[in-house]
Ligand binder design. Structure first.
Ligand SMILES: [Zn+2]
Length: 268
């Protein structure tokens, strides 16, 4: 059985502070996490960038570990003025294939916190979508309290070969249908197992598996059975098992299709 964690932050698992470089002994720290994931059948891990420094860390991990890949992106809550210059640095990184960059993300809109800057988020989201299109890469979308606004942006690029993942899918069936029609797949992880998320379970219980990829978002969002503890990419197996039971399908079928979806989307 082969599984893929399409959304992980090993960089954040192995250090305390955000937006700082990886520690010198990062290989030593990341090795057991990747090994444990491998033992659970997780053969590929995509570390997703949230800022310029964290994107650089994702690239460093991708270069050090054959099982790791990187995405570059500025998270909507991390966008600062001057983001355009950070995109220039991204372009330099994208020119070197040894960096194993397979997507742009996480990018999007997050209107949850009261101090957000809507215009800045909007401009950076569009700028990064255009970067993805320039390099023909999929995007990883973070959206929170901004459903309609995100769909409106994606609609603007309809027919432009734009494709990607709605990360940590937590919207409704209508949003899912529109996202899928726009060439997106839905990323699902620990939140599926939380008791309150009945609507998600109904949705993922019946949706076509061709539109689903698995993700942990580790160290965040641990599945219910380890709630309160840090998450890790090995937990993809827990998510796959949960989804198999929910859909009354063998776990092998879940693994096969979701892995195929991720490999196709990211070209890995
Ligand atoms: Zn994330």
């Amino acid at each position: 059985m082969k599984l893929i964690d399409t959304h992980c932050h090993i960089n954040t698992i192995i250090k305390k502070n955000f937006d700082t470089p990886l520690p010198d002994n990062f290989i030593e720290l990341a090795q057991p996490i990747i090994q444990q994931a491998h033992s659970a059948g997780v053969t590929k891990i995509i570390n997703v960038g949230t800022s310029l420094p964290e994107s650089l860390n994702c690239v460093q991990l991708a270069k050090a570990f054959s099982k790791c890949y990187a995405t570059l992106g500025i998270h909507p809550n991390d966008v600062k003025s001057g983001w355009q210059e950070e995109l220039e640095t991204f372009k330099k990184l994208l020119e070197d294939s040894s960096n194993k960059i397979v997507g742009i993300g996480e990018i999007g809109l997050d209107y949850h916190y009261p101090d957000f800057n809507k215009n800045l988020q909007y401009d950076a989201f569009k700028g990064q979508i255009e970067l993805a299109l320039e390099y023909n890469l999929p995007i990883v979308i973070h959206t929170r309290d901004a459903q309609q606004e995100v769909l409106d942006v994606l609609e603007q690029y309809k027919g432009n070969k734009l494709r990607g993942i709605i990360h940590c899918f937590s919207e409704d069936q209508a949003f899912a249908d529109r996202a899928i029609a726009l060439n997106f797949v839905l990323g699902i992880g620990g939140t599926l197992t939380y008791p309150k998320n009945k609507i998600l379970r109904t949705l993922f219980g019946s949706i076509a598996l061709e539109s689903v990829v698995l993700e942990t978002d580790a160290p965040f969002l641990p599945p219910q059975i380890i709630r309160g503890k840090p998450n890790s990419p090995a937990q993809i197996k827990t998510i796959a098992e949960f989804l198999a039971a929910l859909r009354n399908q063998p776990i092998a079928a879940i693994a096969e299709q979701t892995t195929k979806n991720a490999e196709k989307l990211f070209g890995i």
